[in-house]
Design a binder for this molecule. Structure first.
Ligand code: SAM
Length: 213
C-alpha cells in the first residue's frame, strides 16, 4: 500500500460521517456475529472492537502485507484473533479444512475481488451460517462524502456521475450500488438473502443464509 493510503486508513483521520457510518455498521454486524468469524479484505480490522466479545475466533484476511503487520499488533489486545496475508480469490484453497460460522466482506471489498456472484458463492463454501456484505450506496450524499474523503488526502480521482463510480490510480474503482442490488446478487448466486437495507446514506447491507446448503 502506498503511504497516502495507509494514512487515509487511520481511524482518527476519517471524516466524521465515515466514523458515524463505521459505528452503525459495527452495531449492525455485531447482531449477527457468533462462533468463528472470517473478515475478508479486513483492511485495518476496524470491525474487531465491535465483535471480539461475541465470537469464539476471528481471522482477518487481506493481501496487503503492511496491513497484516500492523494488525498483528492487535493480537496483544484481543485474544482468539489471527491475521492471514493471502488472496481472497483463493478462499477455497486457503481454508480447505476450515469453515466459519459468519463471514463478512465489508465496505466495497466484494467488487474488488472480481466477479461478485462467483465470489459470493466461494465465500458460501467456507461459511456455515451467514455472510454479511456492505457496499457503498448510490446517492448524491454518499458520492459527495466519498469525494471529500479523497480530497482530504489529496488523492487524484475522476468521477462518473452517471454511475457514481470514483476512479483513482491508488484506490482503483469505487463503485456505488442501489438498494435492490443484494436481491439481484441472491438470485444470480442462488444464495438466499435473509435481510437487506441501508446503513444511513453511506451504504447498503445484505445478510445471506448459508445454513440451507
Ligand atoms: C475498501 S478496503 C475495505 C477494508 C475493510 N474491509 C473495511 O471495511 O475497512 C478493501 C480491502 O481489501 C483488500 N484486498 C484487495 N484485494 C484483495 C485480495 N485479492 N485478497 C485479499 N484482500 C484484498 C485491500 O488490501 C483492502 O484492505
Amino acid at each position: 500500500m502506498e503511504n497516502k493510503v495507509t494514512e487515509a486508513l487511520q481511524l482518527d483521520k476519517f471524516p466524521q460521517e465515515y466514523l458515524e457510518y463505521f459505528n452503525k455498521e459495527g452495531e449492525l454486524v455485531r447482531k449477527s456475529i457468533h462462533g468463528k468469524v472470517l473478515d475478508i479484505g479486513c483492511g485495518n480490522a476496524r470491525l474487531l472492537p465491535f465483535i471480539h466479545d461475541k465470537c469464539s475466533s476471528y481471522i482477518g484476511l487481506d493481501n496487503d502485507k503492511e496491513a497484516i503487520i500492523n494488525n498483528n499488533l492487535l493480537k496483544k489486545k484481543f485474544s482468539n484473533v489471527d491475521f492471514i496475508q493471502g488472496d481472497a480469490r483463493d478462499l477455497k484453497k486457503l481454508f480447505s479444512k476450515e469453515k466459519f460460522d459468519v463471514s463478512v466482506c465489508l465496505w466495497n471489498t466484494l467488487h474488488i475481488l472480481g466477479d461478485e456472484t462467483l465470489m459470493l458463492k466461494n465465500i458460501s463454501e467456507v461459511t456455515n451460517d451467514k455472510i454479511i456484505i456492505t457496499l457503498v450506496a448510490k446517492n448524491s450524499q454518499s458520492l459527495k462524502a466519498r469525494a471529500k474523503y479523497y480530497d482530504l488526502f489529496k488523492i487524484p480521482y475522476t468521477i462518473d456521475n452517471n454511475s457514481q463510480i470514483i476512479y483513482s490510480k491508488i484506490w482503483g474503482e469505487s463503485r456505488a450500488y442501489s438498494g435492490d442490488y443484494f436481491k439481484i446478487l441472491s438470485e444470480k448466486s442462488g444464495i438466499p438473502l435473509i435481510e437487506s437495507g441501508k446503513i444511513g446514506f453511506m451504504a447498503i447491507y445484505g445478510i445471506f443464509d448459508c445454513s440451507r446448503k
